[in-house]
Write a protein that binds this ligand. Structure first.
Ligand SMILES: Cc1cc2nc3c(=O)[nH]c(=O)nc-3n(C[C@H](O)[C@H](O)[C@H](O)COP(=O)(O)O)c2cc1C
Length: 185
């Protein structure tokens, strides 16, 4: 698939077939995430793949509650990827402080998107999840208290007849050449 096609095909999948995902495919997605760039090549991430059904159900229950239920669909995903933010190299920590930038967050986002794009190429569906109960997930997965869970990704075979529409800002709303606010594109 051409890259331009791949980015159009990736969407947040919130319906999954009742079908397990082969570990070989999951590992291919992880390999693409592993090759992501990061500030000072710190690679400040660790991926925990939750594919044991009992654990998937316990973790998914920590992404919604009765009041805030938009993540209820996660309960039907066969796999949940938990991305931990590890301490970056000292040089990246110092650089981030001086320049007031959260490099590990940027790094993790890039790696997560590598994962999702690779999954799309393999016919899998993903949804990044920023809304979850971090403390409970750490307890369930025995993640040390001093670690940070940055993001979850639900993963599975998507159950969609057609691609959902992409809702995006218009090109000229987000792009300026040369000067902020310039109208020429
Ligand atoms: C950092 C981040 C956190 C997100 N958290 C959630 C979430 O908790 N639940 C959810 O359903 N979608 C979540 N999304 C998916 C976005 O809603 C989705 O990417 C956006 O609406 C664009 O749609 P698309 O991915 O289908 O193109 C998240 C996306 C990102 C990048």
């Amino acid at each position: 698939m051409k890259f331009s096609e791949l980015v159009k095909q990736r969407f947040s999948a919130r319906k999954y077939l009742d079908k397990p995902v082969e570990r070989e495919k999951i590992n291919q997605c992880l390999e693409s995430a592993r090759l992501a760039p990061s500030a000072c090549n710190s690679q400040p991430w660790r991926f925990i793949i939750v594919d044991e059904p009992g654990l998937v159900s316990s973790v998914s229950a920590q992404t919604y509650n009765q009041l805030i239920s938009f993540n209820k669909f996660v309960g039907n995903a066969p796999v949940i990827v938990v991305i931990l933010m590890e301490k970056p190299k000292l040089i990246a920590q110092i650089g981030g402080k001086i320049k007031n930038k959260e490099y590990p967050l940027i790094d993790m986002g890039i790696a997560a998107e590598h994962f999702c794009l690779q999954a799309t190429e393999l016919g899998l569906g993903t949804c990044m999840l920023g809304w979850f109960n971090e403390k409970s997930i750490k307890d369930i997965l025995k993640i040390p208290a001093n670690k940070t869970v940055g993001l979850l990704i639900s993963l599975g075979y998507p159950d969609y007849a057609k691609l959902p529409d992409k809702k995006r800002k218009k090109f000229d709303e987000i792009v300026n050449y040369n000067l902020y606010g310039a109208s020429e594109i």
